[in-house]
Ligand binder design. Structure first.
Ligand code: 13P
Length: 238
């Protein structure tokens, strides 16, 4: 069983997200676990739509505080009330565009763990890191925070090389395999017993997914653009 996480980012408006969620609920009949992560405004109506379906709801982000003066954010407590089982954190689009630091992401990890929401922690190197051979140290730095969360039991680690996101060119399976082995070696060194799943993200489509599925350690995919089209999404699963 693999995990297929749809990150709809900000591609769709409210009505489009609701319509797409209905298609997902109706047409996804899979032995795999499907998670859809719409925008905040759609969480409430989509939770109602998914109630009798095997699809699970996730959020794209959460506030680094439980309650307080932080305009424009949504707390992990609210996400839990909305039945979110997963939440994406540390996405490169947030690290880059909103200057999200490791400290902020650590706070989010803690707050999600308190709510029993499984964090989908995104890590991945930039093109500059990639070309200057700083890949492993970047990944290590981004993963180091995991050990500091006492209550963290379950985690999805999404390896998303930034240079592969939205380019139609995914990383080569052999390359991802090496990175996964490195992540596994880092996780082995952590003292805490965290159960984790490795997923890949970055230009996953029906063609790239076919090759990437050969990776032994692959637990699933984090899918951006292609997940906003039900036919493309179903082809990835097949
Ligand atoms: P794309 O699948 O559009 O490349 O996006 C990947 C991603 O950022 C998922 O979180």
């Amino acid at each position: 069983m693999k995990l297929y996480i749809a990150n709809w980012k900000t591609y769709l408006n409210l009505n489009q997200e609701i319509a797409l969620a209905k298609k997902f609920a109706y047409e996804t009949n899979s032995a795999n676990q499907v998670v859809i992560c719409p925008s905040f405004v759609s969480l409430y109506p989509i939770n109602e739509i998914l109630k009798n379906s095997p699809i699970v709801l996730g959020a794209q982000n959460c506030a680094p505080i439980t309650s307080g003066p932080l305009t424009g954010e949504v707390s992990a407590v609210s996400l839990s009330e909305l039945d979110c089982k997963y939440c994406i954190i540390g996405h490169s689009e947030r690290r880059q565009n909103f200057s999200e630091s490791n400290d902020i992401i650590l706070k989010k990890l803690e707050l999600l763990s308190d709510q029993n929401i499984t964090p989908i922690l995104c890590i991945g190197e930039s093109l500059i890191d990639h070309e200057s051979n700083r890949i492993l140290e970047t990944l290590k730095y981004q993963l180091d925070i995991v050990e500091q969360v006492k209550k963290l039991k379950k985690l999805i680690i999404a390896y998303e090389p930034i240079w592969a996101i939205g380019t139609e060119v995914a990383a080569e399976p052999e390359y991802v395999e090496k990175i996964f082995s490195y992540i596994e070696s880092l996780m082995l060194k952590t003292k805490s017993k965290i159960s984790y799943t490795l997923v890949y993200g970055g230009s996953v489509n029906e063609h790239t997914a076919k090759e990437l599925k050969k990776i032994g350690q692959l637990g699933g995919f984090l899918i951006g653009k292609a997940s906003t089209d039900i036919n493309k999404f179903l082809k990835i699963i097949d």
